[in-house]
Design a protein around this ligand. Structure first.
Ligand SMILES: Nc1ncnc2c1ncn2[C@@H]1O[C@H](COP(=O)(O)OP(=O)(O)O)[C@@H](O)[C@H]1O
Ligand SMILES: [Mg+2]
Length: 146
């Protein structure tokens, strides 16, 4: 059963509003008293995902579902897609343009950080048909150390 579902539009190349969806998710999780460490991991993944849509992708969305035992975040866009997903997942790999690097982006650590911070990550992409990243975060109830 899904208790709460949210979806936010992400506009490609809109560096002004980039990151807003992740901030909203972060506030929502705070208001529901989720573990701060879990919120931090979700926020990192959301931010990196949003930035990738804004920088590399096309228009897209970030959707988020809170289920009883897991949080599921899906970031998808209708941009050019990722040619080599395995390569894109490697630390330091980036196709960011100079103009992105000048803004401080393009370290090639976004996808590796998402992988590190989520309990599960699935990247689907087809050249010319966009990208979809699905992240799962397990919710450990009852204070066991997970
Ligand atoms: N939504 C996307 N659409 C197209 N390409 C993407 C997308 N997300 C990531 N990529 C590709 O994967 C590479 C690595 O992404 P990432 O690890 O976040 O590093 P960075 O964003 O700093 O380049 C990007 O440089 C880009 O080539
Ligand atoms: Mg990135």
């Amino acid at each position: 059963m899904t208790a709460i579902k949210k979806s936010y539009y992400i506009k490609s190349r809109d560096f002004i509003r980039a990151g807003e969806a992740s901030i909203k998710i972060q506030s929502l999780l705070k208001s529901l008293s989720f573990d701060p460490q879990l919120i931090r991991r979700v926020a990192i993944c959301g931010y990196e995902g949003e930035m990738n849509v804004v920088m590399h992708g096309g228009d897209g969305s970030l959707s988020f579902a809170i289920n009883a035992d897991e949080l599921v975040m899906e970031i998808s866009d209708d941009g050019p897609g990722i040619v080599d997903i395995e390569k894109a997942m490697q630390a330091g790999f980036s196709t960011a343009l100079d103009e992105h690097r000048e803004m401080g982006f393009g370290a090639g650590m976004g996808l590796p950080n998402m992988k590190k911070n989520a309990d599960d990550i699935m990247v689907e992409s087809e050249e010319g048909h966009g990208t979809r990243v699905r992240l799962v975060f397990l919710v450990n109830k009852g204070g066991d150390d997970g």
